[in-house]
Design a protein around this ligand. Structure first.
Ligand SMILES: Cc1cc2nc3c(=O)[nH]c(=O)nc-3n(C[C@H](O)[C@H](O)[C@H](O)COP(=O)(O)OP(=O)(O)OC[C@H]3O[C@@H](n4cnc5c(N)ncnc54)[C@H](O)[C@@H]3O)c2cc1C
Length: 335
């Protein structure tokens, strides 16, 4: 690990004074310190924002939810309004990582964690994302990699909270010394065909200062599920967040997002079209699951993820609509 300066801040203004090229914000430190220990990032300064009071806290109102980016995943999971009204978000937060990590990991850091790919995270491979000329996953070990949008780089974005937040239409408030701007989470992540060196729109002098989730329309029901190799201590192999606006058993509109399918979280637009205006039952849910993966382009070793996504999407639709109890084979999920 490189030598670096550590600055402890107590206000946003103080943190922004230190954020410039070469320095980086540290929240829980879970992903950042792993990347530093592995020699993937080498900041000259860590700007510790953990003690900045204004970046903590969950506010609920008629307009929706306003989350401080330092809200931990445990706090998200345990909040009664989030459990009731934004169920998919509490589902995602409560099944990520491990209880110990959830106590440290913040929602801002969770959205900003770097992609998962063992070639990217190994200092021995100078892949496209590090300025190299090759995506080693294309012809290498690619069983955990992307099944969509994978032509240039096959990393997957692993944030579990991004999946329901995007499905709920969340926005991210970014603050720099020049002022504030608000970006829909839909436009927050940058695809490899747009840039290989930037993964989000956040600039080096900006902080996430709030995550805003609009109040769901009347009749909204939601769910999130994650399938993986392990019950705990691991990222998903496939996950889905589903937000349905229901009128009785008829779906007025659906918002479905898949995580770890592509280098960025992905709206399953074809699946949303299948559900709109339909009665939700096993057949429509399965048809939507199939539509979600129709455009998949699996690599040599990850064809199994196509079926996994079909299944996680249709079962999460049934769970959201109240027709299925939590799938016992989903991570963390006995019925
Ligand atoms: C074994 C294991 C299993 C895991 N499983 C899962 C899982 O299932 N699902 C999942 O989603 N995650 C999982 N994780 C990842 C973990 O949840 C993330 O590493 C964690 O949420 C990152 O949050 P943090 O607060 O520690 O961020 P940090 O490590 O402090 O920061 C991460 C990045 O975010 C930036 N950042 C942080 N806060 C701000 C801010 N306010 N404004 C601008 N930039 C900011 C930092 O500069 C850094 O680049 C797992 C991790 C481990 C070790």
């Amino acid at each position: 690990m490189n030598r670096f300066t550590f600055v402890d801040c107590t206000t946003v203004a103080e943190a922004l004074d230190h954020l410039k090229q070469g320095s980086v914000a540290k929240a829980g430190g879970i992903d950042l310190l792993d990347l530093m220990k592995d020699g993937i990032v080498s900041p000259s300064m860590l700007v510790n924002i953990r003690r900045v009071k204004e970046l903590h806290g969950i506010e609920t109102s008629e307009q929706g939810l306003s989350l401080g980016p330092l809200t931990t995943l445990s706090e998200l999971a345990a909040h009664p309004v989030i459990q009731k009204t934004y169920t998919a978000l509490s589902d995602a937060a409560s099944h990520a990582a491990t209880p110990q990590i959830r106590n440290m990991a913040t929602v801002g850091g969770n959205l900003m964690q770097r992609q998962r790919c063992w070639y990217f995270r190994s200092s021995e491979y100078n892949c496209l994302r590090k300025g190299g000329s090759e995506c080693f996953a294309q012809k290498g070990e690619n069983q955990y990699h992307a099944i969509m949008g994978n032509e240039i780089c096959a990393m997957v974005h692993p944030s579990s909270t991004a999946v329901p937040l995007m499905a709920f239409g969340a926005q991210v408030e970014l603050t720099s010394k020049k002022g504030k701007r608000t970006v829909p989470l839909n436009e927050f992540y940058i695809r490899p065909d747009e840039s290989l060196l930037d993964e989000t729109v956040v600039k080096s002098d900006e902080l996430i200062t709030r995550i805003l989730v609009p109040a769901p329309a009347a009749g909204t029901r939601s769910a999130y599920q994650k399938y993986g190799e392990k019950e705990s201590f691991d990222w998903p192999l496939a996950d889905a967040g589903v937000v349905l606006v229901m009128d009785g058993n008829t779906c007025r509109s659906a918002s479905i997002v898949m995580g770890v399918a592509a280098p960025t979280p992905l709206h399953a637009k074809a699946a949303e079209v299948v559900l709109a205006g339909k009665t939700i039952d096993e057949a429509t849910a399965r048809a939507a699951g199939k539509a979600a993966v129709d455009s998949a382009t699996p690599l040599e070793q990850n064809g199994y993820k196509v079926q996994l996504f079909h299944t996680v999407v249709y079962r999460t639709i049934l769970l959201a609509s109240g027709q299925l109890k939590r799938d016992p084979s989903a991570v963390g999920g006995m019925a």
